[in-house]
Design a protein around this ligand. Structure first.
Ligand code: XMP
Length: 599
């Protein structure tokens, strides 16, 4: 009997995989294809979803696609870009929106048939777009609107075509899964027939076939991803054929290498070697300021160490493969799929590694999974919950949480004036900080400024204020709120690079934050907790530390964690006592518009 299947056409960024994953959560098989897929490839699908993406339908870089999909007479759901594309193709109209919307919006539902079945009349939805559909094609009606977007949800019930300007696939659309479920089961008439155990069996077979009699060399950071990848390789291959290596880059968290080594040895997998390479990493990064250069240099250094170790092992080129615990978001952020915009170069996607991938010399057994699926797989593989539950930590480590600067401040008075006017409405005083950080807006990378808010810490107001700031000012993608000290008299940009002293101080601050949230039982509620250092001299005392705890499920979207004030006070107090710290700020930006990490 043919299994049910939904095909997702990938128009870019994270969306296609996130949609496919949601469909997997409904236990329905889902395949991702290029938008140029032939009618034959689409023939046996129960329905088709057109994903979102960073392009504009009229833009020069609009992805090519097969317009004949509309002749298939299959149900189609267009999301964001897909919604605009469908409208444009069926002779509606798309325009540049006057207001760019990033973040939460309220959808007023006007028709609860089919895809909106079981929803309330008002639903919170997640938007991230610039363009919008301005005229509907014939046969379409509006089934939901937001304040800024009348055609936010549309349908042609006779043809089973649906278009949504928002993203039902992200967890920030709380009832998004219901919408997808309605589409998959009510509209496309799929049956639920897919599981993680099934995935494990299928992967083990694939690994065996790919690796054959060769050896696999794997960099084990001790994080969830590489540990699960290692366990999966151990399940699929003979023990002797796996060689795991842990590199201490010098940018690790407090006691990290020691703890990781102990945990991995306890699992008693394959051979494990620990390499201490702090000196090499610091030397290569001396004087480097640009975040992408940091990432490139670190990724390359990993490859060099790997090669050196392989040489020591006396393995011939054809005798080994490189194993990596790459997961889906890593690939997508580095623009690993055709239409995605590059947000950040992840350490396992630098040029040398891409070359190895092309040569077929890399095995990445969990590359299509998201973090929570990786955790589920880890459980299925029998790994201890302490390991599976660890917070994600990026390969480049503290190096990308320690911002650097040449010390030259740019003039930003006009911008500051605008930021002040906006922030005042929410009861905050605003200053534009002379630092930049990475963001993701409309699925593209941004590298923009941060506003420092001062005033009473009210999470709701701070969140609204940061959203409005980023939506209205192109030069801003992030906002932080001052936690300590009470009064900030002066902020000066410092000339600062990656030094052992700065990293040591950041590591202490990070250690304090981690242990206090653990003590209060919050480590499981918080999904990840970067602690960041800014090259600013505050009140002539020392540098600024930013706390960035977030809640998320798969890191593609995130909200800042509304930390209880007693816990926040305890963390800030202890960090201020460290010496060399002039202020503690708290990041009040969601993703989008800001990414989780600052660089
Ligand atoms: P952002 O900052 O882009 O991060 O919102 C999304 C998730 O990816 C992690 N991250 C990395 N993980 N190598 C990794 O293994 C990297 O180079 C890297 N950069 C970011 C980040 O910590 C978050 O969980």
């Amino acid at each position: 009997m043919a299994t049910s299947k939904i095909i997702v056409l990938d128009f870019g960024a994270q969306y296609a995989h996130l949609i496919a994953r949601r469909i997997r959560q409904l236990h329905v098989f889902s395949e991702i294809l290029e938008p140029t897929a032939s009618l034959k490839q689409l023939q046996d699908a129960n329905g088709i979803i057109l994903s979102g993406g960073p392009a504009s339908v009229y833009g020069r870089n609009a992805p090519k696609f097969n317009p004949k999909i509309f002749s298939l007479k299959k149900p189609i759901l267009g999301l964001c870009y897909g919604h605009q594309l469908m409208a444009q193709q069926l002779k509606g109209k798309v325009e540049k929106g006057k207001v760019r919307e990033y973040g939460l919006a309220e959808l007023q539902i006007k028709n609860q048939d089919k895809i909106f079945q079981g929803l309330s009349q008002r639903e919170t939805v997640w938007m991230s777009h610039g363009d919008k559909v301005s005229h509907l094609p014939e046969g379409f009606v509006i089934i939901g609107s937001t304040t800024d977007c009348e055609n936010a949800a549309v349908a042609d019930f006779s043809r089973n075509y649906f278009g949504l300007q928002f993203h039902p696939e992200v967890t920030h659309t709380p009832n998004g899964l219901i919408i997808l479920k309605n589409f998959v089961f009510n509209v496309c008439k799929c049956k639920a027939d897919w599981t993680i155990g099934g995935f494990l069996k299928k992967k083990a077979k694939e690994i065996k076939k790919q690796v054959g009699s060769r050896k696999v060399f794997l960099l084990a950071s001790g994080g969830v991803d590489s540990t699960v990848a290692l366990a999966l390789l151990n399940k699929a291959l003979p023990r002797k054929s796996i060689y795991a290596m842990h590199v201490d880059t010098g940018f690790m968290r407090k006691n990290e290498t020691k703890e990781v080594e102990a945990a991995l040895r306890k699992l008693d997998f394959s051979e494990l070697h620990v390499v201490h390479a702090e000196k090499k990493f610091f030397e290569k990064l001396r004087g480097v300021i640009d975040p992408e250069r940091k990432r490139e240099i670190i990724g390359k250094a990993f490859v060099e160490i790997q090669n050196r170790e392989l040489k020591k092992l006396n393995l011939k080129q054809e005798e080994w493969l490189l194993g990596q615990g790459t997961i889906y978001p890593d690939t997508i952020e580095t623009a690993g799929t055709k239409h995605a915009a590059k947000i950040k170069t992840h350490h396992n996607r630098v040029e040398n590694i891409k070359q190895l991938i092309e040569e077929g010399k890399v095995v990445e057994p969990i590359a299509e999974l998201y973090k929570d699926e990786v955790r589920e797989l880890g459980k299925e593989l029998g790994l201890p919950s302490k390991l599976i539950g660890r917070h994600p930590f990026p390969g480049p480590g503290l190096a990308i949480r320690c911002l650097c600067s040449n010390g030259i401040e740019e003039e930003q008075q006009a911008l500051e004036q605008k930021a002040r006017e906006i922030s005042k409405k929410f009861g905050f005083k605003a200053t534009v900080l002379p630092v930049k950080s990475v963001g993701v807006q409309g699925d593209s990378r941004s590298y923009a400024g941060t506003v420092l808010l001062q005033g009473n810490i009210d999470w709701k107001k701070a969140g609204q204020c940061s959203t409005v700031l980023a939506n209205s000012l192109r030069e801003i993608n992030r906002a932080v709120i001052a936690v300590s000290p009470e009064k900030i008299d002066s902020i000066k940009l410092l000339r600062a690079t990656l030094t052992k002293e700065r990293i040591a101080l950041l590591r202490e601050a990070d250690g304090i934050a981690t242990s206090i949230v653990e003590k209060h039982g919050l480590a499981n509620v918080i999904w990840q907790f970067p602690v960041v250092m800014l090259p600013l001299q505050v009140n002539a005392q020392g540098e600024a530390i930013v706390l960035r705890p977030i809640e998320s499920r798969e890191a593609m979207t995130a909200s800042f964690f509304e930390m209880p004030s007693a816990v926040l006070g305890e963390i800030a107090g202890k960090i201020m006592q460290l010496g060399g710290i002039g202020a503690v700020f708290f990041d009040v930006t969601h993703k989008p518009p800001a990414t989780i990490e600052w660089e």
